[in-house]
Design a protein around this ligand. Structure first.
Ligand code: ADP
Length: 488
């Protein structure tokens, strides 16, 4: 307690202020009265310098020379108490750490499962991609090779060419999807809103896909109200068409028999569109995943449906960009309905009757003879355009760069039509168009590009082009676009 001999000799303990809490002393006194001895009592004492110490007391009443005395042994256990407290704290901390470890373990396990799943998906994706690219390539290369044989009938030749064309289209679809998804992920897709006659768009999509449905023995049905109720929305027309196209294509792809219905309804400030099929349906546990890129409902791809699993990811991204949501109801073996909404911002313009989609394809004979300049740095693309345009050409000039195109136009101002490639070394198509427009405002310039990016059209028009076509060049498309500017 810090007291010296001198301090204590000749005094009783009562003369020191020893107890921190006097009630503890009274308790001890009471116990001693009853039992004469008290062991292992813990109490706190104040040292000479005022420090608080904890002690373990063993106290007995003893008789010495006929007098009652109190014999008290106090062991200082302050350090032990501190140690015990620390131990308790450590224990608590340990328990906490354990708990944290447990959660960490759970998280790790989940991450591991996710990694394994994504590994499985990656393998499935690579296998599927390889399949998706090799199959059409196989068709193209295999049947081109067969075509080299001189002894095949016209019928066979046509069959081979059909395979090549279809394979090419399939390959193009994959490439387009890959480009679209890359652009979406790079945040490069912009929304171009304008007034859009939705009814007209749905109707022409219906007309477009009806034949394909019939070939598959499926009934494509346009909900009757689509024809009755005209809707005009301010939205991005290209994206709306892309959304519908993807959903209808999927419905056609995943339905073996029955029907596909296209329609819409208006609810709570939105227009909800739907594409409903009686196809194979989608298992509940895959319904969320299919909206992710490269994901197919059937991971192992047992039924080998065509596709890279990008369509719905692109569709969902577009719907979101347009301010809507997409959802699905589906039952395996029964069919699926995909619903998507768009804000109902009815443009309010007087409704016009639905126009019948016009067949504006024209034959070459219906064109006047033109002086044409093909600007193209790739030999095959130039050859293709030359073949497509030759029947309506008085003369065809060829340039392989923007600079050469400008020069050729300077020398031959009687050129009527310029087919302008965009991506070229030594002055690209935009620059060349601008330069040509400074000399001449009348000549028809049609941009043709393999980028096929949304926004390309706008850029081409801004540079001074009259129109735009995306490669691959299809004769029908070229005649349709050129036909807008020339009549006999
Ligand atoms: P893809 O069709 O190229 O595989 P999508 O992203 O368009 O890719 O679709 C993802 C998956 O969703 C498909 O692989 C298919 O399993 C499932 N799916 C999409 N639409 C339908 C549908 N209408 N009926 C049944 N399954 C569908």
């Amino acid at each position: 307690m810090g007291y010296t001999d001198e301090d204590v000799i000749g005094k009783t303990s009562l003369e020191f202020n020893l107890w921190k809490d006097l009630s503890a002393r009274s308790k001890l006194a009471k116990k001693l009265d009853q039992n004469k001895t008290v062991t292992n009592m813990v109490a706190e004492f104040v040292t000479k310098t005022g420090e608080i110490r904890t002690a373990l007391l063993s106290v007995s009443v003893v008789e010495m020379s006929g007098k009652l005395n109190v014999l008290s042994i106090a062991r200082d256990i302050s350090d032990r108490i501190v140690a015990e407290k620390k131990l308790k704290e450590l224990n608590r901390e340990l328990r906490n750490q354990n708990k944290k470890l447990e959660t960490l373990n759970i998280e790790l396990e989940a991450a591991k499962q996710k990694a394994e799943e994504s590994d499985r998906l990656k393998s499935a994706f690579l296998a599927n991609m390889s399949h998706e690219i090799r199959t059409p390539m196989n068709g193209i290369l295999g049947f081109s090779n067969l075509l080299k044989n001189m002894n095949i009938s016209t019928q066979e030749r046509l069959t081979y060419l059909n395979v090549i064309e279809q394979s090419g289209n399939r390959l193009l679809n994959i490439i387009n999807d890959l480009i679209d998804i890359s652009k979406i992920e790079a945040g490069q897709v912009t929304v171009n809103r304008s007034e859009c006659n939705v009814t007209k768009q749905i109707t022409s999509l219906y007309t477009f896909f009806k034949r394909e449905a019939e070939q598959k023995n499926l009934e494509l049905i346009l909900q009757p109200r689509v024809k009755k109720e005209m809707i005009t929305l301010v939205t991005d027309e290209d994206k709306l068409v892309a959304i519908f196209t993807n959903l209808i294509k999927n419905a056609l792809k995943y339905t073996k028999e029955g029907s596909i219905i296209i329609g819409f309804r208006r609810v709570d400030g939105v227009v909800e569109f739907f594409v409903k099929d009686t196809g194979i349906g989608i298992a509940k546990d895959r319904q969320k995943a299919i909206f992710e890129r490269f994901v197919q409902a059937d991971i192992e791809d047992r039924d080998v449906y065509e596709g890279a699993g990008l369509g719905l990811a692109i569709t969902k991204a577009y719907v979101t960009m347009l301010g809507g949501t997409i959802r699905l109801e589906s039952e395996e073996g029964k069919g699926s309905t995909f619903y998507f909404t768009l804000p109902d911002n009815e443009a309010g313009s007087p409704s016009q009757p639905v126009e019948k989609p016009e067949d504006s394809t024209r034959q070459e004979q219906e064109f006047p003879m033109l002086n044409i300049l093909i600007v193209e740095d790739e030999v095959f693309s130039d050859q293709l355009l030359t073949v497509v345009l030759q029947k309506m050409a008085k003369k065809i000039y060829h340039a392989t760069s923007g600079a050469q195109a400008v020069e050729l136009f300077r020398q031959h101002p009687d050129i009527d039509l310029i087919m302008m490639d965009i991506k070229m070394r030594n002055m690209d198509g935009y620059e060349a168009t601008k330069a040509i427009r400074q000399m001449d405002k009348e000549v028809v310039i049609i941009a043709q590009t393999a980028y096929a990016l949304v926004g390309d059209r706008k850029k081409a028009i801004e540079a001074g082009c009259d129109d735009y076509i995306a490669k691959p060049i299809i004769k029908k498309e070229v005649l349709k676009v050129v036909g807008k500017y020339f009549t006999v």
